[in-house]
Design a protein around this ligand. Structure first.
Ligand SMILES: O=P(O)(O)OC[C@H]1O[C@](O)(CO)[C@@H](O)[C@@H]1O
Length: 402
């Protein structure tokens, strides 16, 4: 199990380095009133790094307010609050638990669940909005016009790759990315690429039957290529229906919510050329139900997908394929554990209720399904550069179990 406070670990650095920056960014993002600012400061204090770099003690994880501000209490009780909250230090719990409780507490601090005037105001909206208005998004949408020149197979692959590398545009990841860790495109590589198997699997579905589910990760520059990929699958008949699973509330900085889906569809539709046509089709598909949005609460659980509840298991079990986007979904898919990187992907995901494909850039320590020579080469490079290949965002995988 990856723990939150292991000295010198990436997980610990997320708590000690990334979370304080994020809290400041949230406080600066909206003109929050003094009580919200005080609540954010209190969360920063409670989660601050212990004085010694190897200590895992400190204030225990604090609770949420009672009553209306904690409408999902029952869920969190089921997910393990009693084991950790009020009992364990932030630096002495599973990494997944610490991060998820942090984001849930952050939402409580800004009044997301209300009641009150800040109910439903996304604390991450300012950064999400800025990204959507940026030049990169405009350029990426304009690049769709070039797809006509490609052969059908190349077009498939270009759109799959766009969705894959879109995962690198994660706003949380960029909170602490610096010159030493900013992904270097030239060195980027897909370490395991099962995309031919994914395309074969989709092609093998009887015509007009395929249901493609996509468990989304980040909004903006990641969700746009995800939506474009789903449109492509619908438009070319490889999917009869598509289901887009997003978070029920703002989470992990830039994770997509329903509001973000609508913003992205609007942004795609406002673009000229091919992108604009795609935006029109996406609106139609949402309107006629060929593209459905789901917001299952389990997508905000601090647990691996092996623990998914029966209704979600049944829904994903009916998918022709489920595409899981991003780093956090990958950690939850294989369990947030220190797997030897050469462990089999199929074995680690055998419990998953149906065929699946993980599209993920590597931004945390967990990985499976790599060959020994690749791992040896990457380890040697990391020793030379001092930057971990597992967390730099330079590498990616497309792994399937069909
Ligand atoms: O948006 P993604 O790809 O799920 O990445 C989430 C990021 O947040 C983390 O949970 C740490 O903040 C890492 O796993 C990863 O860098």
């Amino acid at each position: 199990m990856v723990m939150s406070g292991t000295p010198g670990s990436f997980a610990r650095s997320v708590l000690t380095d990334r979370h304080p920056v994020l809290l400041r960014q949230v406080a600066d993002g909206h003109p929050y009133p003094p009580d919200v600012r005080r609540a954010l400061d209190a969360l920063a204090e409670e989660t601050a790094a212990p004085a010694a770099a190897d200590a895992t003690d400190g204030p225990s994880m604090g609770p949420l307010p009672t009553g209306a501000a904690f409408p999902d209490r029952e869920l969190w009780e089921r997910w393990g609050v009693a084991h950790y909250v009020g009992r364990k230090s932030w630096y002495d719990v599973p990494f997944l638990w610490a991060e998820n409780w942090f984001y849930r507490r952050l939402l409580a601090a800004v009044g997301w669940f209300g009641p009150g005037p800040w109910q439903g105001v996304d604390p991450f909206a300012p950064v999400k909005r800025a990204e959507l208005a940026g030049a990169e998004v405009a350029a990426e949408l304009a690049a769709l016009d070039g797809l006509d020149a490609l052969a059908p197979g190349e077009r498939d692959q270009a759109l799959l790759r766009a969705a894959l590398w879109g995962n690198r545009a994660d706003l949380g990841f960029r909170l602490t990315a610096d010159a030493g860790t900013t992904p270097d495109s030239a060195a980027s590589a897909v370490l395991a690429d099962d995309s031919p198997a994914l395309w074969r699997h989709l092609a093998a579905a009887p015509p007009g039957t395929a249901a493609v589910h996509l468990i989304a990760d980040n909004a903006g520059r990641e969700l746009i290529p995800d939506l474009i990929l789903l449109d492509h699958l619908l438009n070319t008949g490889r999917a009869a229906t598509a289901v887009l699973h997003v978070k029920p509330y703002p989470y992990f900085v830039s994770d997509a919510t329903t509001a973000d889906v609508l913003e992205c569809v609007r942004r795609i539709g406002r673009a000229p050329g091919r992108a604009g046509e795609t935006g029109v089709r996406l609106r139609e598909a949402l309107g006629d139900g060929r593209l459905a949005i789901r917001t299952h609460p389990f997508f905000c659980a601090p647990l691996p997908y092996a623990a998914m509840p029966g209704d979600l298991r049944a829904e994903l079990g009916g998918a022709t394929v489920t595409l899981l986007k991003g780093d956090l979904n990958y950690r939850r898919l294989v369990g947030d554990r220190w797997w030897p990187p050469t462990s089999g992907f199929a074995a680690a995901t055998a419990y998953f209720p149906g065929p699946l494909a993980a599209l993920r850039t590597l931004k945390s320590d967990v990985v499976v399904g790599l060959d020994a020579a690749t791992v040896a080469g990457l380890d040697a490079d990391s020793r030379t550069t001092g930057t971990s290949w597992r967390t730099s965002g330079t590498y990616a995988v497309v792994q399937t179990r069909t």
